[in-house]
Every structure is written in C-alpha cells, then in structure tokens.
Ligand binder design. Structure first.
Ligand SMILES: [Zn+2]
Ligand SMILES: [Zn+2]
Length: 340
C-alpha cells in the first residue's frame, strides 16, 4: 500500500481557520500502535475544535476522527489485528488500560486518552498512526465512505440510544434532524422505538418520516412537550443540537423516570427548572461517543439494518471546501473525504 513511498499527502491545519494540503514523511508506528492506509474520513463538526483552535492544539495538526482504512504496519506488541485488515478510528484514540476508569471497565472515561486529530494527527490524510486499543472493526459489506461517518456521528447516537433505559415500543424523541439526528432517527426506528423527530420548520417533516420517524414536531410552530405528553411522555430524548429553552421544553415532555441525553454541543447554555426534574424524577445527562466494542456494534447494526448517513464525498485535496461546507451548515448531512 505504501510500498516504496517515503511521504504521503495530508491536509493539515496550519493556523487558526486555515487548512493546507501538504506532504509528510512516512514514519513507523511505535509499540501498541498501527499504521493505517486511510481510504475515507468523515468531516465532523468537532474538527473545528482543531481547525479553530477551540482545543489547545499545536499547529500544524491533521484533523479527522472518522477515519477508515487498512492496516499497513503493526507496531511492536500489537495483538488481535492483522496487516490488510480494514479498521476505523474514532474521536477517542485508544484507552490506556491502567488508570482507575480503565481498570473499572470504563474505557470512554479513561484519564489518559488522547483525542484523534487533536492531540495527534488524524484522518485527513492518506496515512495515519493509531493506537490499537482504540481500533474499531469494519464489516466487509460497508464501504469505507459509508462506514466513516458512523465512527463518530453513528457511534455517538447509537451508543446513547442503546445505553438508555428505553425499551422496544417506548416513545423516544430525537431533537435536531442534522448530521447526528438523521442517523439517530434511523437507529431509533430499527431498535424498535416509537420515534418522534423534533426539527426546525415544516420542511423536515417528509425527510424525518422517510428516515423512519412515526411522528414529527416542528419546534418553531409548537412546543414539543405537549405533543410528547399527549403520547404518554418520552422515555428518552436525544438532544443533538440545541441548548437553552429547547432542553427545558423537552424535559417537560419526558415520562416519569425519562431521560434527556445531551450529545450535541451548543454555545447556548442548557436551561431547566429544578421542579421539572423533581416531579417525575426525570434525568438529564451527557454522553461522549462510545467504547470501541460499541463502535463495532454500531457498524454491525448499521450493516444489518441498512441505517446509514446521507453523505457527500470529496477527494482529500478538497478538504478545505468540505470543511467550509460543513461549518456553514450546508452539508446534507455528512461530508466524507476519499483518498483514492
Ligand atoms: Zn485509562
Ligand atoms: Zn465527531
């Protein structure tokens, strides 16, 4: 794959807001790491954490944490993975195995875990180095372009729904029908929930229903809580985009013991009244992507159910354009870079 080559192409953030195509020297993976020949990488809103230097980033840095490719070289001590195997790399770059959360089985909560594309170079590149403990298996029948956005947007929504207390037949609402939400609606439907999509404006109704929603609420026209309560209250609501009033509104639409799960970031603070949580013992919590085994399950479930992201692909060298389109909110719904 990289035979005879000494360099590879990558698109890196060189200063705040600036992405540039570059050639980087090929290096061997260290112990516990693998080198991957990248085939596709999704463009996620969290890449702005790198490009806009929201995280403490050292430039130059290659963003990208929805990377799919084939293992090219195994570093010393890597077990369970083989050269030529197709793997995925998500936001969480691989747990340490020795901290207290790791030893308690909480791999997401690892205290020594790097973020892909932030602490080290990510997948906007033909080649990347990744920690073996963070790798995700990619089923043969998912193309690399299809699998890529499932590694962050897919894993985040799948893991949140799968680990919620909602059971088949329960009412589950998905707030925000964008990059995360359009996947969440499909997963929720295939998991057997009664699905309510909450979007902005009347135009999203048709799309939400096509993706599998049983019901649609235009939150610009009516408050979601009344509609949710009329159906018995939601067991879970996934908040994919908004802060502010929206969260307080959906909390009031939860059934007793129901949970509002925050998976999207918003500059607006989340507002709620204590009494809306106390009465009905409702909960609000946040969740960050998922562990690698749940990543495997996300891809397998997507393959079994046919749930997939709506994507637009662009070749690697057009990464600045793909990133700008995503940042402008014009991607429908996920941009994916291809390396061929
Ligand atoms: Zn750890
Ligand atoms: Zn992401």
């Amino acid at each position: 794959m990289t035979k005879g080559k000494t360099t590879y192409r990558a698109v890196q953030a060189v200063s705040k807001g600036k992405l540039e195509l570059t050639e980087k020297p090929l290096v061997d993976p260290g112990p516990g790491y693998v080198r991957i020949h990248v085939e596709a990488c999704g463009v996620c809103h969290s890449d702005s954490g790198t490009v806009e230097a929201v995280f403490p980033v050292q430039f130059p840095r290659v963003p990208g944490h929805e990377a799919v490719g084939r293992i090219d070289v195994l570093g010393a001590g890597v077990e369970g993975w083989k050269v030529g195997q197709r793997v995925g790399v998500g936001f969480l770059a691989g747990n340490c195995g020795y901290c207290i959360p790791c030893r308690s089985g909480d791999l997401v909560g690892c205290l020594n875990q790097a973020f892909t594309g932030i602490h080290h170079d990510g997948g906007y590149a033909e080649v990347m180095i990744a920690k073996a403990s963070g790798l995700i298996s990619v089923p043969d029948d998912l193309s690399s372009e299809t699998a890529a956005p499932l590694l962050c947007a897919g894993l985040t929504t799948f893991s949140a729904l799968r680990n919620s207390d909602a059971k088949a037949g329960d009412l589950v609402a998905i707030q925000g029908i964008g990059g995360l939400g359009h996947l969440a609606v499909q997963y929720a439907r295939h998991m057997g929930f009664e699905v309510m999509a909450i979007g902005l404006g009347p135009d999203t109704d048709g799309l939400a229903k096509k993706l599998g929603a049983h019901h649609y609420i235009d939150s610009t026209a009516s408050k979601p809580d009344d509609t949710l309560l009329a159906l018995g209250g939601a067991a879970a609501v996934l908040i994919t985009s908004s802060g502010g009033e929206m969260v307080s509104d959906v909390i009031k639409g939860l059934r007793p013991g129901g949970v509002a799960i925050v998976i999207g970031v918003s500059p607006e603070p989340v507002k709620f009244l204590g009494q809306d949580l106390l009465f009905g013992a409702r909960k609000i919590h946040g969740t960050l992507t998922g562990n690698p085994a749940t990543g495997d399950a996300t891809l397998k479930f997507s393959s079994l159910s046919g749930a997939k992201a709506m994507i637009e692909t662009m070749p690697l060298e057009r990464a600045p354009e793909a990133y700008a389109k995503m940042m402008a909110g014009k991607a429908r719904f996920r941009m994916v870079l291809t390396m061929q």
